[in-house]
Write a protein that binds this ligand. Structure first.
Ligand code: DAT
Ligand code: MG
Length: 130
């Protein structure tokens, strides 16, 4: 969960959607991400116009990192989250129901979700180092 979701008191609601869908919460951690962590997490976006606003936004308040499990949970959570742009995200999804365009340089959309088993493994290592 990104800082906008935490600020707006939506942590419980997002977790409830994940649990109600049938996935299990395996680990959960609230933290303040620093630039070094976000540089690793968002390495694929370095150089893009929204990269710096994205990092600033992600450092603007606490975030909640969650490991959820269940068959096809990666695609299932992306489906629960909805598409990146909250204006276009379908009603019924987290982004579609809980977020809107704020007119900012970076899209603020409540949640991040890993997009492949490889990125999930990489991101778990970043947020839950052994
Ligand atoms: P997603 O979070 O749906 O996987 P992404 O990985 O392409 O999307 O981008 C990471 C985040 O960066 C995204 O959640 C919101 C922001 N973002 C993406 N594309 C953007 C754009 N064109 N303008 C502003 N912010 C953007
Ligand atoms: Mg992404």
């Amino acid at each position: 969960m990104k800082p906008d979701g935490v600020r707006r008191g939506l942590v419980g609601q997002v977790i409830a959607r994940v649990e109600t869908k049938g996935y299990s919460i395996e680990a959960l951690r609230m933290l303040n991400a620093d630039r070094a962590l976000l540089e690793r997490h968002y390495a694929e976006h370095i150089g893009k116009a929204f990269y710096e606003p994205l990092v600033e936004f992600m450092m603007s308040g606490p975030i909640v990192a969650i490991i959820a499990s269940g068959n096809r949970v990666i695609e299932g959570f992306r489906s629960l989250a909805g598409v990146t742009d909250p204006t276009l995200a379908a009603p019924g999804t987290i982004r579609g129901d809980l977020a809107r365009d704020q007119g900012t340089k970076v899209v603020q959309n409540i949640v991040h979700g890993s997009d492949s088993p490889e990125s999930a493994a990489r991101e778990i290592e970043i947020f839950f180092p052994k």
